[in-house]
Ligand binder design. Structure first.
Ligand SMILES: Cc1ncc(C[n+]2csc(CCOP(=O)(O)OP(=O)(O)O)c2C)c(N)n1
Ligand SMILES: [Mg+2]
Length: 263
């Protein structure tokens, strides 16, 4: 009982600032459960994004860093390279990661930086009032796409997990969702695998998480979880997209102990 309904030690017991039905709070919770289960609270640094999770340091009872918009992978790189035995979590939204921070994310993954990215894909800029994000679905309305996203001129939703999986430095890439209890459990397992891989010194790890934003989707929390299931999952399929944790990283063959080879 205590395990189910108690508070993880790594999560501050404060009133949430997130809107009703928002997925960020659930994601914070499962991340904190993992940090507690692995006994890593005193060794964790979380780099917050600019976005709705900018207040993450209010919730996480761990060390945190607040970099500029999209620059969390650069900050996480610096922290992890100095504190090599620490768990470093790079927490980002879709605007933060896949728009303004595209360069940082791609190069951090390509350099096989040994931190774990939690990428919260709610298909919208939540904090700033519902502008179109790189992950907004075709036809989905946003304040900057009032008639829906039209690929002619606005492009297509970016599948970040698949994009990063193409890079040799990325060792573990998975996509989960927090729209149902079953998906929350699976997502927690993905994060746990990524965290374990990081603590074993493997290369870049990322879990993309499809997450509800009822406020900016103009939906009730119940309708939002249904909408995610019916509309987002077909575009962003769930599961492990890449897992080279057991074997030799693709592209690393023959490079021996070259500093470029992802471990
Ligand atoms: C340099 C800079 N440009 C723009 C902004 C405005 N801004 C704040 S949050 C945000 C987008 C956040 O969206 P996302 O990363 O998807 O996070 P969410 O709120 O949806 O969780 C933007 C554009 C900013 N704070 N700094
Ligand atoms: Mg977003």
């Amino acid at each position: 009982m205590k395990q189910l309904y108690g508070y993880p030690k790594s999560l501050h017991k404060i009133q949430t600032k997130y809107c009703g039905g928002c997925g960020h709070g659930v994601i914070h919770r499962i991340l904190c459960e993992i940090i507690d289960e692995m006994g890593l609270r005193e060794k964790t640094v979380i780099t917050n994004p600019v976005g709705c999770a900018i207040w993450a340091d209010l919730y996480f009872d761990t060390d945190t860093v607040q970099p500029a918009h999209g620059r969390t992978p650069a900050a996480a790189t610096g922290v992890k390279r100095i504190l090599t035995d620490h768990l470093v979590i790079c927490y980002q939204g879709d605007g933060d990661m896949a728009a303004i921070g595209t360069a940082e994310m791609i190069h951090a993954a390509n350099r096989a930086e040994k931190f774990t990215t939690i990428f919260v894909n709610n298909a919208i800029y939540g904090m700033t009032g519902g502008q179109m994000a790189p992950t907004t679905l075709v036809g989905q309305k946003a304040s900057t796409a009032p008639y829906g996203r039209d690929p002619d001129g606005m492009g297509y939703p970016i599948r970040v997990a698949e994009l990063l999986a193409a890079l040799d430095g990325a060792r573990y890439i998975a996509r989960g969702a927090v729209n149902s209890a079953a998906n929350v459990r699976k997502t927690k397992n993905y994060i746990k695998k990524a965290v374990q891989a990081q603590m074993e010194g493997k290369g870049f790890t990322m879990v993309e998480i499809l997450s509800q934003c009822p406020t900016n989707w103009s939906k009730s929390p119940i309708d939002a979880v249904d909408w995610l299931e019916k509309n987002m999952i077909p575009v962003f399929p769930l599961g492990e997209i890449k897992n080279t944790l057991a074997g030799t990283p693709a592209g690393a063959e023959g490079r021996g102990s070259s500093p470029g080879a992802a471990k």
